[in-house]
Design a protein around this ligand. Structure first.
Ligand code: NAD
Length: 423
């Protein structure tokens, strides 16, 4: 394992975090004991060990997972992560968060997640393709357009979705675009999907600013993680007049006392592979970056970054969770006491799964929408969801995470009772 990967491993167990968050909300709901016991468990979990021919002739065995947390509201939906610290507990937590996110957003999906324990940056393109096609084949017993629809997450991208779509299509003997979302547009992907999660983060940050009487234009923004979510959130907030002045990736961060232009940083990352050394910037560690004084902190990397240990030193006014699970329950309590507004992942980063849903609907109908239609529908859903969650939080004097979870858990529990317990 490289030093950077060891450093990036979350210290708090994500599954324990997800359980604590769930129980906190469930305590406020009149849930029957058995229903609560069912909702807290993953519905099904698949672990696969499979061999891959490496370019040097060796055979290497990889471990992958696919977890369906809930199938109550519809087929399951959730990303696939390629990372060295992927394990079953992380995949379980991410699957459970997907259940709540889809329910909160009124999407007809349950939650799922998948991953392969690997360092994609150490694999050649052909090794990555063989690994992806084999993993897709291994999990093909539980995925499909009406069963479970994967999407990209940390370490995976449009190309990997294209290989999964092609693999499943070859098995079926016909093209199956609706089997994954986040695909290239040329094979049934949706306009606006690549930017959707970051766009949603920008919209939610703007709505959150209103509740705090904070001017959005001119606000100061720090972004941890400069991948799909973080980079898009940074440049779309920049477009709205916000000043992103510090950003980071797994190797470390950069800041400029005034502003860094996120699009220029993206061009630089394309050339060099990382944000470090961006001209005119100073370097900052990921730990220091989280504690910089700012209006918005957007954690957009991995779980467990804002913890009981550093929460008291966070100086942001508003935290908008681009990543899944970046704030631990201990940190939540400290931030709540200190009056820092935390907009939870299941609300703040839901833009990705909303446009993934649009992509799936378009694929099933073979009828495609314009980017303007996609963005307008996304914006409306994000604004309405934020307003609902904020109103319930105010009414019940609870934090936004608990409020969002109340909506979500209640919806899944109600649907389960309405369907009835089989047989
Ligand atoms: P990505 O692989 O495109 O980017 C991840 C970024 O985080 C990279 O810049 C990487 O270098 C950086 N990173 C990793 N570990 C880090 C650390 N310890 N400190 C700082 N930076 C670190 O992944 P992504 O798709 O942008 O996903 C980021 C987060 O957003 C994840 O939590 C993911 O689950 C969540 N998310 C993604 C989507 C989506 O549509 N891609 C949707 C919802 C939520």
């Amino acid at each position: 394992m490289r030093a950077a990967d060891v450093a990036s491993k979350p210290k708090d167990n994500p599954w324990e975090m997800a359980l604590r968050q769930f129980h906190r909300a469930a305590d406020l709901l009149p849930l029957k004991r058995g229903i609560r016991e069912f909702l807290v468990q993953p519905h099904r979990e698949l672990t696969v060990n499979f061999p891959i021919h490496m370019d040097n002739g060796a055979v290497k065995v990889f471990t992958g997972y696919r977890v369906h947390h809930s199938t109550v509201l519809g087929p399951t939906k959730g990303g696939i992560r390629y990372n060295l610290h992927v394990d079953l507990d992380e995949v379980r937590a991410l699957a459970m968060w997907m259940t709540w996110k889809c329910a909160l957003m009124h999407l007809p999906y349950g939650g799922a997640k998948g991953g392969v324990t690997c360092d994609p940056s150490s694999l050649s393109k052909s090794e990555l393709e063989r690994l992806t096609r084999r993993y897709a084949t291994e999990i093909s017993v539980i995925i499909g357009p009406d069963r479970d629809i994967p999407a990209p997450d940390v370490g995976t991208n449009e190309q990997i979705m294209a290989w999964i779509m092609d693999t499943l299509s070859m098995h079926a003997g016909h093209s199956m675009p609706a089997v994954v979302t986040g695909k290239p547009i040329s094979i049934g992907g949706s306009a606006g999907r690549r930017e959707a999660t970051g766009r949603g983060v920008m919209i939610i940050a703007r709505e959150a600013a209103k509740t705090r009487g904070l001017a959005f234009s001119g606000s100061r923004v720090v972004v941890q993680g400069f991948g799909n979510v973080g980079s898009v959130a940074a440049y779309l907030m920049h477009d709205q007049g916000c000043n992103a002045f510090a950003v980071s990736d797994v190797q470390g961060g950069i800041y400029n006392a005034d502003v860094v232009d996120p699009r220029a940083v993206l061009d630089y990352v394309e050339e060099t592979g990382g944000v470090a050394g961006f001209p005119g910037s100073n370097s900052v560690s990921n730990e220091e970056l989280l504690e910089l004084p700012c209006d918005f902190l957007v954690p957009a990397a991995i779980e467990g970054q804002i913890t009981g240990e550093n929460a008291a030193r966070i100086k942001a006014k508003i935290i908008v969770e681009g990543a899944n699970g970046p704030t631990t329950p201990d940190a939540d309590e400290i931030l709540q006491e200190r009056g820092v507004l935390v907009v939870p992942d299941i609300l703040a980063n839901a833009g990705g799964v909303i446009v993934s849903y649009f992509e799936w609907v378009q694929d099933l109908a073979s009828f495609f929408w314009s980017e303007a239609e996609i963005n307008e529908r996304l914006e409306r859903i994000m604004e309405q969801s934020f307003a609902g969650v904020a109103a319930l939080a105010k009414e019940q004097e609870i934090d936004l995470r608990t409020s969002a979870l109340l909506f979500a858990v209640r919806r899944v529990a109600d649907a389960l009772m309405t369907r009835g317990i089989y047989p």
